[in-house]
Design a protein around this ligand. Structure first.
Ligand code: FAD
Length: 468
């Protein structure tokens, strides 16, 4: 570990996430014990799988539903993320609009607003809303090009259907009332975002789903998915419908190696901050905070008074490999700690209690999709590109309607039936992803010294190449 990083005694690197350690790693539920037959088999015990089971069983309690999960519910991104339950679109408006028209893309945006409120309401009703607070989301610009991008983004949001009460531009003084980011020049706030403790939330939803009669088989790995059947290392699950809910782990199934790129996102969390430190950073509410850099830093002030900060330090490892338990390269921990000190100089000497990583699934066109092969009875959802906390809820309600054959507005959304081309084979995939993020980092550095209000030419070129 770099000498600049001050780790706390008992510092943990990996072991799933700070959130899981905070509530204690669970005892694994029973594995599948031989072949079974059910109505719906769900592969993956993250939020896509759990929400799908929740809505299906609420709609038709007599359905027999089984979830197969390799480790335990919430082991993947759903139990490790930054806890931003935001309404930002799980994909790119312009691409949905190009394929289905602007009104269809706006309908998708409206559903994302609804998804945030739906999640908050259900979590409160079902009793797993601990630490969940809807205080909104702030984006802060700290240089001229970032400020110009923030303003241009506000214009785009207006075109995408964000009304006057959905997002507010903030000047430096308005920002300072909520958070004191070093060098801030302006930004915006939207009320459509809730802070989540990912492990409490996911474990709570899993318990609710189980109490409703869904069986969760843990320690059970799906080896392949075929029409109306999931073959696992503990037997075969035959089902009328199979829902693939693996997001960042999709590449582990045969013939799906290049469908979604497993993008690493890494996080650190500080020790509990003192009152003086909290005063210095001026962050007392539960707003989520992010920057406008190309490398993108996301932060949460946790309910117990820490700062959790994440970013794409080393975004992709060769051949889609990654440490499943979340161990994070020292270099990444160093980069994130340095970023924490840049954002909040008062926290430069704070101790880091935990670092961890996880993977989210990125499609080649950066647009999430919900798919249904009716003949094979196979459905899938994922590719939320960092907006999975609310995206999984919207996807799950859509999967429910597709399975039940309901002709609702949800099944007409532009992400239904969307396919992207595969990612390039190795080593091109690794070279491309690594080079791209190096360029974004260089562009961020150059923008810090830029006198103009224009996005750096390197980043503009990288956006064209990456399709972002
Ligand atoms: C560090 C990090 C920060 C993030 N921050 C945010 C954020 O702040 N806001 C936001 O909206 N999104 C965020 N995301 C993305 C978001 O967490 C995901 O998009 C979302 O949780 C995906 O849920 P899922 O259920 O589709 O996949 P996952 O939660 O990854 O679930 C997939 C499950 O499948 C299991 N599995 C894997 N292989 C197999 C197999 N062969 N057989 C059976 N089971 C298998 C895994 O163990 C896992 O539990 C973040 C992601 C990461 C990694």
């Amino acid at each position: 570990m770099s000498q600049d990083v001050r780790v706390a005694p008992g510092f943990i690197n990996g072991d799933v996430s700070f959130w899981m350690r905070d509530i204690g790693l669970p005892t694994q539920r029973a594995s599948l014990a031989g072949d079974i037959e059910v109505d719906v088999a769900i592969v993956g015990g993250g939020l896509t799988g759990l929400w799908t089971a929740y809505y299906l069983t609420k709609a038709q309690p007599e359905l027999e539903i089984a979830i197969v999960e390799k480790y335990f519910a919430g082991f993947g991104a759903s139990g490790r993320n930054g806890g931003w339950m935001s309404a930002e679109p799980a994909g790119q408006f312009r691409r949905y609009a190009a394929a289905h028209g602007a009104e269809s893309a706006r309908a998708m945006q409206r559903e994302m607003f609804t998804a945030v409120d739906e999640v908050v309401t259900v979590a409160q009703q079902e009793g797993f809303a601990e630490d969940l607070v809807k205080d909104g989301l702030i984006h802060v610009a700290t240089n001229g090009p970032q400020l110009a991008r923030a303003r241009a983004h506000l214009d785009e949001l207006r075109e995408q259907g964000w009304g006057k009460d959905d997002v507010f531009e903030l000047g430096v003084d308005d920002l300072r009332e909520r958070v004191n980011v070093h060098g801030m020049r302006g930004g915006y706030w939207t009320p459509h975002c809730a802070r989540v403790h990912p492990a409490k939330f996911t474990r709570g939803l899993a318990a609710v789903v189980e109490a409703l009669g869904v069986t969760i088989y843990e320690g059970t790995t799906a080896e392949s998915i075929a029409p109306r059947a999931v073959r696992t290392d503990h037997g075969t699950v035959r089902a009328k419908y199979v829902v693939q809910a693996l997001e960042g782990y999709t590449h582990s199934l045969p013939r799906q190696e290049r469908r979604l790129l497993p993008m690493n996102s890494s996080m650190i969390v500080t020790e509990r901050l003192t009152e003086q430190q909290l005063d210095a950073i001026g962050w007392r509410g539960a707003e989520l905070v992010g920057d406008m850099a190309h490398g993108f830093t996301y932060m949460q002030r946790t309910a117990d008074g820490r700062v959790a900060l994440g970013g794409r330090a080393v975004p992709y490892d060769f051949n889609s490999s990654f440490d499943e338990r979340g161990r994070t390269a020292d270099r990444s921990v160093g980069m994130l700690s340095k970023r924490l000190g840049e954002v909040f100089p008062a926290l430069r000497n704070v101790q880091i209690d935990h670092s961890w990583s996880g993977v989210l699934g990125v499609p080649r066109d950066w647009c999430a999709a919900v798919n249904f092969d009716r003949d094979a009875g196979i459905l899938s959802a994922g590719g939320y590109v960092g907006h999975g906390l609310s995206g999984t809820n919207l996807a799950a309600r859509t999967l429910r309607d597709l399975i039940l054959g309901e002709q609702t507005d949800l099944v007409r959304l532009p992400w239904v039936g969307r396919t992207a081309r595969n990612w390039e084979p190795e080593p091109l995939r690794w070279i491309g992803a690594t080079a791209l993020y190096a360029v974004y980092r260089a562009a961020d550095g150059r923008e810090n010294h830029s006198q103009s209000g224009k996005t750096d030419v390197l980043a503009r070129a990288a956006n064209v190449i990456s399709g972002r």
